[in-house]
Design a protein around this ligand. Structure first.
Ligand code: NAD
Length: 373
């Protein structure tokens, strides 16, 4: 059941197109700071409840990143036929037309599960406004002659995760140079986080993917790891590395652990065996708030997801206002550094967990905007 409170959801729009059979919905959680921003999830089981929860997370993430966006999310029910490419695009177009009255004035779309740059291009064309969706291909123009679609291949989230790690290390009076890191997941976020971390002198000693964990105490070479993943399909084929099972990545002797794959990968079972001093939550909800609180009490510095992985939505904002990829990366750095520092300092002062301190800041920002609107 959708839960309603002082913040929202303000609007839930359910749409159906009898011609194509498209069924979808958009939840606009809160627009006090600006149009609701959030991805379109296309799965067979997507529900209004699931989307409403994700929309609320976007409200906090956008407020935390100081963006003029509120929180929203969409779902399109993907039947088996909807996964065929032509059928999928037909459905995306039907959805874009159906929610046109609220998009982009109240809702701006983005990629999520099973939607990517091709779907965003289709969505924007069917809507008729280039800024109705972000995460479009790099060749798509917001204004004539300006190439400024910013797909997630630019690695904004991994870049933000790297900056959150740098700030967290500095908070504990350490530099990244020589620190050891273990990363769960070697997809878009994990690869870019590794790239920037190794470039700044940190040693990535553990990496996992769906096939296992590779461990190399002297640290992996980024380019070689990319080659191995590309040619062998898994990080677990890195020559000379010790190969362990997937969850072992969290128990390696490393200063920083970065969950960057699936929800709830850190849990009751393995939380007590984590040796790291810092955890940067690159994945969404890699652990429950209760586990996070337990780790906080055990003295581990946990930078929460809505602070650490906001690089993606900051990139969306950059695209929305027509910035280029270089300007986007500068903005990601500026916002992630400023807000991670703010949250960690507030947590230190109040002795609360960084999540509690961050939520306090985000809620205050939304409440202040609601009073003014
Ligand atoms: P991706 O699909 O590009 O990569 C996921 C990686 O996780 C792959 O390497 C896959 O092999 C690995 N993986 C899957 N199951 C695993 C398991 N059981 N153990 C270890 N590894 C496993 O995804 P992504 O875009 O890199 O996103 C990763 C996480 O970050 C997700 O939780 C996502 O919600 C979150 N996130 C992503 C972005 C973004 O911009 N891409 C933004 C915010 C949050």
């Amino acid at each position: 059941m959708v839960e309603y409170d002082e913040f929202g959801p303000e609007k839930i729009l359910e749409v159906y197109d009898s011609k194509t059979g498209m069924r979808g919905f958009t939840v606009i959680d809160n627009t006090a700071l600006g149009p609701a921003k959030g991805g379109i999830r296309m799965t067979p089981s997507v529900s209004v409840d699931e989307v409403a929860k994700l929309a609320r997370t976007m409200t906090w993430k956008c407020a935390m990143a100081e963006l003029p966006f509120g929180g929203g999310k969409s779902g399109i029910i993907a039947d088996d036929r909807a996964m065929d490419r032509d059928r999928k695009m037909e459905i995306v177009r039907a959805f874009a037309k159906a929610i046109k009255p609220i998009c982009p004035s109240q809702y701006v779309a983005a990629p999520d599960m099973n939607t990517g740059e091709a779907e965003m291009a289709e969505f924007a064309l069917a809507n008729g406004r280039m800024n109705s969706a972000t995460g479009k291909p790099a060749t798509m123009c917001v204004r004539p002659g300006v190439k400024c679609g910013i797909p997630h291949e630019y690695g904004s989230t991994g870049y933000g995760v790297f900056h959150a790690a740098k700030v967290a290390a500095a908070h504990l009076k350490m530099g990244l140079k020589g620190l050891t890191v273990a990363i769960e997941g070697f997809g878009n976020v994990g690869t870019f986080a590794m790239k920037y971390l190794t470039e700044s002198g940190a040693k990535v000693v553990g990496i996992s993917d769906s096939k296992g964990t590779a461990y190399l105490p002297q640290g992996f070479d980024y380019n070689k790891m990319m080659e191995v993943k590309e040619s062998q399909g898994t990080v677990a084929k890195y020559p000379g590395a010790k190969i362990l099972d997937g969850p072992a990545v969290f128990e390696l002797p490393a200063d920083i652990v970065i969950p960057a794959a699936i929800p709830n990968s850190i849990n009751e079972k393995n939380a007590g065996r984590i040796k790291a001093k810092i955890i940067i939550e690159a994945a969404n909800i890699p652990m429950t708030p209760a586990t996070e609180e337990k780790l906080h009490k055990a003295g581990i510095l946990v930078v929460p997801d809505f602070v650490a992985n906001a690089g993606g939505v900051i990139s969306s904002y950059a695209e929305y206002v027509g910035k280029n990829p270089e300007q986007m990366l500068k903005l990601v750095e500026k916002k992630i550094v400023r807000n991670t520092k703010l949250v960690l300092e507030a947590a230190k002062k109040s002795k609360a967990s960084p999540r509690a301190a961050g939520m306090d800041i985000a809620m205050r920002r939304v409440r202040d905007a609601m009073k003014k609107s």
